[in-house]
Design a protein around this ligand. Structure first.
Ligand SMILES: Cc1ncc(COP(=O)(O)O)c(C=O)c1O
Length: 435
């Protein structure tokens, strides 16, 4: 009964106005089947279940997309919601966007807060993780000489944000170098950060899952240890790859500020992100699109961007509904399974290496792989040329190879195709005269 009510809510969207049946019948039937599954059933290797999920997407049949860490496709129901809201807004933009849909913002905020396990008053919606994290990086009150600890393997946009403050204001940067990767020793990971903490350290910036290799950091343990050494430290978390992929509640991370993408693992529309600020820090964080009172204690002060796409923001609610119908735990297990399915079948190939852990406490969906003697670009091109498998080539701070990232719509036969192609590449490499 509860499930049926949930399904009705799913179809009704985020508010009264969106009760139009804009999702196609075929999609609804697929979702009905998905929702019919007992929540306690382990579906990790149930290909029938995941085949239904695949049908809820419009993934290209002409390309095997293994580049899902960059940005995710949206389920058809999210695409339909976006089209629906867009058409509605085009009937009378100021009326539908600012009068009608604006009222639904709070419902979307609550849904996100529910998923994040925090207060709605701690969540602001914005356009991406970069915007969320730059709001934090550029909005924190820091003085010349204050120190920031981060790692060379953090995301470039965030490195650039902090380095701009270094150039303009004279803050001091200290870098952890995660080498080698993967690292399967939590004590070592904690020590790498703690060693750089001094009495001048004010900020520790952590990437929850390092995008290049999928390495998970023990954020809570690092937060506790650095704060123990210097209680003036605040912890900023880049959760671009863990929000909606890994099971956790934001307050359990022991951090103070967090930014995430919603167009990655939540499968929300392109150009959606989330900013979380611990309630007690909202007032002291400056905005980058200021209002009359930039130091007020209201998370909505970070949403003063001016005219932007309401259809995109409204469709986030539908992505959360879709996500919840499966559940983060199932998603995490499935992605871990798909990634390990690939790695365990390739580790013995000649010259093959990986910079990704097989253990769930240190990894997720992302696999960084390579062959000794082959550049990232050569491997990327070879996968594409032989089997139209699209990956991301990586050469960045001790990380070299291609990033292979499946998603919840990836069937096991696509993983088999990647494995067969890698076997083929290994054979070619063996035949080629050594360089
Ligand atoms: C670790 C990490 N942080 C931040 C970002 C930036 O995300 P967005 O494109 O949503 O700004 C990315 C993007 O891939 C990322 O991998």
């Amino acid at each position: 009964m509860q499930r049926r009510n949930f399904l009705q809510n799913l179809m009704l969207g985020t508010g009264g106005l969106s009760a139009l049946p804009f999702t196609s019948q075929a999609t609804n039937q697929n979702l009905q089947r998905i929702l019919g599954y007992a929540p306690q059933k382990d579906v990790t290797t149930d290909e029938d279940y995941w085949a239904q999920i695949q049908l809820a997407f419009s993934a290209s049949p002409n390309l095997i997309n293994m580049s899902n860490a960059g940005v995710s496709p949206q389920p058809i129901m999210v695409q339909d919601a976006l089209t629906h809201y867009n058409k509605l807004c085009n009937e009378a933009p100021t009326y539908y966007m600012w009068r009608i849909l604006d009222e639904n913002r709070e419902a979307v905020r609550s849904k996100l807060a529910d998923l994040a396990g925090c207060l709605p008053d701690e969540i602001a919606m914005n356009r991406n993780a970069t915007e969320a994290l730059d709001t934090i990086i550029l909005g924190l009150e820091l003085q010349k000489g204050d120190e920031v600890v981060m790692s060379l393997q953090d995301y470039p946009n965030m490195l650039h944000g902090w380095r701009q403050r270094e150039k303009r204001e004279g803050i001091v940067m200290k870098y952890v170098n995660h080498n080698p990767l993967p690292c399967e020793d939590n004590d070592l990971l904690v020590r790498r950060y703690v060693e750089l903490v001094t009495e001048n350290t004010r900020i520790v910036h952590l990437t929850h899952m390092i995008n290049w290799t999928g390495q998970l950091l023990p954020v809570k343990a690092i937060s506790e240890a650095v704060k123990k050494k210097n209680p003036k430290i605040k912890v900023v978390v880049d959760a671009a790859h863990t929000f909606a992929q890994i099971t956790y509640k934001i307050p359990d991370l022991g951090c103070d500020y967090l930014g995430a993408s919603l167009h990655k693992w939540l499968c929300a529309p392109f150009g959606t992100g989330l900013l979380w600020v611990k309630k007690e820090h909202i007032a002291s964080l400056w905005t980058h699109t200021p209002s009359d009172n930039p130091l007020k204690d209201d998370i909505r002060k970070f949403e003063g961007l001016g005219t932007r796409s309401f259809p995109i923001e409204m469709a986030i609610g539908h992505a959360v509904n879709f996500h919840n119908a499966i559940g983060t735990e199932r998603i995490q297990k499935r992605l871990q399974y798909l990634k390990n399915y690939l790695l365990t079948r390739c580790v013995d190939l000649p010259n093959f290496y990986t910079q990704t852990s097989l253990k769930p406490e240190f990894s997720g969906a992302i696999a960084l792989i390579g062959f000794k003697g082959m550049t990232s670009g050569e491997l990327h091109n070879s996968l594409m040329k032989k089997s139209r498998i699209y990956t991301s080539p990586v050469t960045w701070e001790n990380v070299v190879g291609v990033r292979v990232t499946p998603h919840i719509y990836t069937p096991i036969k696509d993983m088999d195709k990647v494995i067969l192609t890698l076997q083929d590449i290994a054979k070619d490499q063996n035949k080629a005269p050594s360089k």
